[in-house]
Design a protein around this ligand. Structure first.
Ligand code: FES
Length: 364
């Protein structure tokens, strides 16, 4: 660990006090601890001071020490030990913390650091000319599955490429950091497998993690032709969206609940259903459907098998067609939640440039 010292006097303000809102919050926080244990509030109070000022000043340390009736040296020890406390001014719009621990390093953290050096400052903890951006390398942030990643304030941005990090930094520099959705910047939910499930795929879907659903495995490949391919499942009643045999199986299945995970079987609509969107012959240059958030390589292959190759096809899907595809992919509403139609319209109209104009970020 590097030596962590307070900033030089030239940076130190003459005093510190919580504003009214933070003072009330601090009093309420201190009251949560049993009598005689109020000093346990030292970390939350220091963090709140950092959020108010942007970094932890000497005056803030003295203020917290006085408020908690602690020796100044004890609060100084805490502030200089934990690296989440910034001891000198950082960028006012973003302080980018790049994880440089092994999994992130193996997955491209060095290239992310190069981006920070070129876009912000060659040295960590130094601010750019406007004082709005700074960066540092940090140890593991606990998102190794989604390596490489960065933290900016309280949010993690994961599965990053250098281009994506450049875009994120640009948004923060423009004061529009809130436009960028934190979390994985690729087609995956949280830390679910990129590109779809690789296990527990035996007709079990969807899997729920809290309020989000992880798409199940791609449906079995159907013949890759434009027109309606032959059905791949028995169908006793052509009006039913679900083959009778599947319904029977579904009824016999069990929902497993617990630990925020629900496994449930789902039905798959018939390929002969009238709501299935019309397909086309494979064009010479299919669109890269993976640019649509929610479409990975497996899902793209399944869409191709249905004769879906172009953004303009998806852009025209009506509700019933969206529901059919959603059911076929076992997405449980994700097509509408991710608004594939709006994404496809933008991509069909003007490619990535139009997508950025509409959504304020690059596709995928
Ligand atoms: S190694 Fe980077 S988050 Fe764990």
């Amino acid at each position: 660990m590097s030596v962590r010292r307070l900033a030089e006097d030239q940076f130190q303000p003459t005093g510190f006090a919580f504003n009214a809102e933070n003072a009330a919050w601090a009093d309420a926080t201190i009251r949560k601890y049993p009598e005689g244990r109020q000093q346990s509030a030292v970390i939350p109070l220091l963090m709140r001071a950092q959020e108010q000022e942007g970094w932890v000043t000497k005056s803030a340390i003295e203020y917290v020490a006085e408020k908690l009736d602690m020796p100044y040296i004890r609060v100084l020890e805490v502030a200089t030990f934990y690296t989440q406390f910034q001891l000198k001014p950082v960028g006012t719009r973003a302080h980018v913390q790049v994880c440089g621990t092994t999994p992130c390093m193996l997955r491209g953290a060095e290239d992310l650091i190069k981006v920070c050096k070129s876009k912000i400052h060659p040295e960590p903890f130094e601010r750019n000319a406007e004082g709005t951006l700074s960066w540092e390398e940090v140890e593991c942030q606990g998102a190794c599955v989604n390596a490489p990643m960065v933290m900016i304030f309280k949010d993690a941005y994961e599965d990053l490429t250098p281009t994506q990090l450049e875009h994120i930094i640009d948004r923060f520099q423009a004061g529009k950091g809130s436009d960028v959705k934190p979390g994985p910047q690729v087609d995956r939910i949280y830390s679910a497998p990129a590109g779809g499930l690789t296990s527990l795929t035996d007709s079990i879907t969807p899997i729920r993690f809290n309020d989000a659903e992880v798409p199940g495995p791609a449906a079995p490949e159907a013949p890759a032709n434009a027109a309606k391919p032959v059905t791949d499942a028995p169908e006793t009643d052509p009006k039913l969206k679900t083959p009778a045999t599947d319904k029977k199986a579904a009824a016999a299945n069990t929902k497993v609940k617990g630990d925020n995970v629900e496994l449930a079987r789902s039905d798959k609509p018939s390929l002969e259903d009238k709501n299935r969107p019309a397909g086309i012959e494979r064009p010479e240059t299919p669109d890269d459907l993976k640019l649509i958030s929610g479409v990975g390589p497996k899902i793209e292959a399944t869409l191709h098998s249905l004769g879906i190759y172009k953004f303009e096809q998806i852009a025209k899907w009506k509700k019933a067609e969206r529901e059919w595809v959603d059911g076929y992919l076992k997405f449980s509403g994700r097509i509408d939640r991710d608004d594939w139609v709006k994404q496809a319209k933008a991509l069909a109209k003007g490619g990535e440039a139009e997508y950025i104009k509409v959504f304020g970020k690059k596709p995928r």
